[in-house]
Design a protein around this ligand. Structure first.
Ligand code: SAM
Length: 275
């Protein structure tokens, strides 16, 4: 897929997710998961019951691949930027940690997601969170603004990953830190998955090898680059659970390829610091 085409399908896919509230990344029309799948996914990737119930309904659509907020050690008064904030789950959790003297900026390129996140912010009465429409390769944020950048399952969707880390570096204060959770490849994906548009939107086929991902972080100028958590893709859920199977089908993953996908894909959380 060419760069512009990839962004178009991602934007269209997530516009549909925002409008339907379905965490299933399918390009079809049915909602294959529902609240119990969303919660199962969230538990598996590291969210507590308390975190899930702390945000407005509709802010957690089970779209993440880790819990960067839990790992980012946010403090009262800090400014946090959430790259690809979606309906706002991690932005709202960050808002609770930085308090009224802090500030959270969520950035997303899908207008429907920004509308949904703003609606959720109004529902929750948040005064320290704002959502800005924009691309994370060209962040609508001034130089040297952020104490911390978080992101959850987004950068795999961006064709030019290096541009994302370069711009993240630009908006951080010196000493500012990056904590991103994302999908990376540990091996080759089956051809059917690699060529699937739905699997691209579903955060699989846009992923790059783990080494390439970490190299993009380092080459932007970051130091102390470290994988603080690494988890296997929840393939068991996909193979054994009917809703999980529906998710696999929605991403065009043939049954015989599910195991191989599980071995080829991992979710990692990466920490780094701007010197
Ligand atoms: C898998 S969802 C994750 C949403 C959110 N981080 C969460 O965990 O709920 C990916 C989000 O990234 C956004 N996105 C993808 N590529 C983007 C880009 N280049 N710039 C800004 N947002 C992007 C999509 O619109 C979508 O809302």
């Amino acid at each position: 897929m060419k760069e512009e085409e990839a962004k178009k399908v991602v934007r269209e896919g997530y516009a549909k997710v925002a409008q339907t509230g379905c965490s299933c990344y399918t390009t079809g029309s049915s909602c294959c998961g529902g609240p119990s799948l969303t919660e199962d996914i969230s538990r598996q990737i590291g969210y507590s019951e308390e975190e899930m119930s702390a945000v407005p309904e509709g802010a957690n659509l089970g779209l993440g691949c880790g819990n960067p907020v839990a790992l980012a050690s946010l403090s009262e008064g800090e400014t946090v930027v959430d790259l690809g904030s979606g309906p706002g789950f991690d932005s709202f959790l960050s808002a609770g940690r930085v308090g009224d003297s802090g500030h959270v900026i969520g950035v997303d390129m899908t207008p429907e997601m920004i509308d949904k996140a703003r609606e959720n912010a109004a529902k929750g009465g948040y005064s320290n969170v704002e959502f800005r429409l924009g691309e994370i390769e060209h962040l609508p944020v001034a130089d040297g603004t952020a104490d911390a950048i978080i992101s959850n399952c987004v950068i795999n969707l961006v064709p030019d990953k290096k541009a994302v880390f370069d711009d993240a570096f630009r908006i951080l204060k010196p000493g500012g830190r990056l904590m991103v959770s994302d999908m990376v490849l540990l091996g080759e994906l089956p051809d059917a998955v690699r060529n699937s548009v739905a699997a691209y939107v579903g955060c699989l086929s846009g992923a790059v090898k783990k080494e390439e991902y970490l190299e993009a972080v380092s080459s932007a100028g970051f130091e102390r680059v470290e994988v603080v958590e690494e988890k296997q893709f929840p393939v068991k859920l996909m193979a054994s659970d009917p809703t999980g199977r529906a998710v696999a089908e929605s991403m065009d993953i043939p049954a015989e390829d599910i195991d191989r996908v599980g071995r080829s894909v991992a979710s990692i959380s990466v920490f780094a610091v701007k010197p």
